[in-house]
Write a protein that binds this ligand. Structure first.
Ligand code: PAF
Length: 283
């Protein structure tokens, strides 16, 4: 695996890979877990070469968020990616990504405004801007993202559609189903912040979500099913719930019952000092 740290060397390396086949791109912030490695494996199946980026993007963290504490494990991540057969690791530093005078912001309205966008102002501007840059730097044939960050995926697809991106085209932005621990907790780099007590209690989140989905599909209005879900989370030791909503899977508009379009249940809740997010299809 080749590792590059500047846009110039990235371009050369990507162009040389492109001569021998299709490129799939997996953007990450590192601290890789099985969820990321699943994206890499899925990328291997779909393309000839896999490019992975590791960049802890400061602009998507709020002033009181965990940017400094966010786990950084470049050596270990690098070994894992190499073992998976990754062709190229793109690991710029902040000065390379945001050179002196950087002044551009991509803001996707609508789909980014509620849920995590409401709880984390500016977060999706940071995500959309860095992902647009990463796409322009790597210019992949396709890009893969975990469905765990469902709203992020919706924002990126909207941005790619609205800006007529061609590498990757919006149809080549692929969502990969969430990878879960044995007890159902969605894998996340932030799970390692949980104390063992909180880690046990965290498994209530996917369980309560499954129950809510069953209730909604049985005809209960979402509002009622979500009160039950919130009560279960608080009883298990969660300290607060940022949101728990049923939404149109694509537009993320809140709905009370699933209709003809795919629906998604989305939740963000805090346990200890950790904020967990999850989402499931309501089908
Ligand atoms: O999901 C992530 O890890 C990040 O939000 C992303 C897409 C790499 C952008 O920084």
């Amino acid at each position: 695996m080749q590792t590059v740290n500047t846009v110039e060397t990235l371009r050369e390396a990507v162009e040389s890979l492109r001569r021998t086949g299709k490129i799939a791109f997996v953007p990450t912030m590192g601290a890789l877990h099985e969820g990321h490695l699943t994206l890499v494996r899925e990328a291997q199946k779909r393309a000839d070469h896999v490019v992975v980026s590791i960049f802890v993007n400061p602009t998507q963290f709020g002033p009181n968020e965990d940017l400094d504490a966010y786990p950084r494990r470049m050596e270990e991540d690098s070994r894992l990616l190499d073992a998976e057969g990754t062709a190229l690791l793109w690991a710029p530093d902040a000065a390379e990504m945001y050179p002196q005078g950087f002044a551009t912001n991509i803001s996707v309205s609508g789909v980014s405004e509620h849920f995590c966008g409401g709880a984390r102002p500016g977060h999706f501007d940071g995500v959309a801007t860095v992902v647009c840059k990463l796409f322009n730097q790597v210019r992949p044939d396709m890009a893969l993202f975990g469905e765990k960050d469902w709203q992020q995926l919706a924002v990126i697809r909207r941005m790619a559609r609205d800006l007529d991106l061609s590498r990757p085209h919006v149809d080549a932005i692929i969502g990969v189903p969430t990878v879960r621990e044995a007890d159902g907790l969605a894998m996340s780099s932030r799970n390692q912040y949980l104390s063992s007590e909180d880690r046990q209690a965290a498994a209530t989140l996917p369980r309560a979500m499954r129950t809510a989905v069953a209730e909604i599909l049985a005809g209960q209005p979402a509002e009622k099913a979500l009160v039950t879900l919130e009560t279960a989370l608080l009883a298990a030791g969660f300290s607060s719930i940022d949101y728990a909503s049923l939404a149109d899977a694509q537009t993320l508009e809140v709905i009370d019952r699933p209709g003809s379009e795919p629906a998604r249940l989305l939740v963000a809740a805090r346990i200890g000092s950790t904020r967990l997010i999850d989402n499931v299809a309501v089908a």
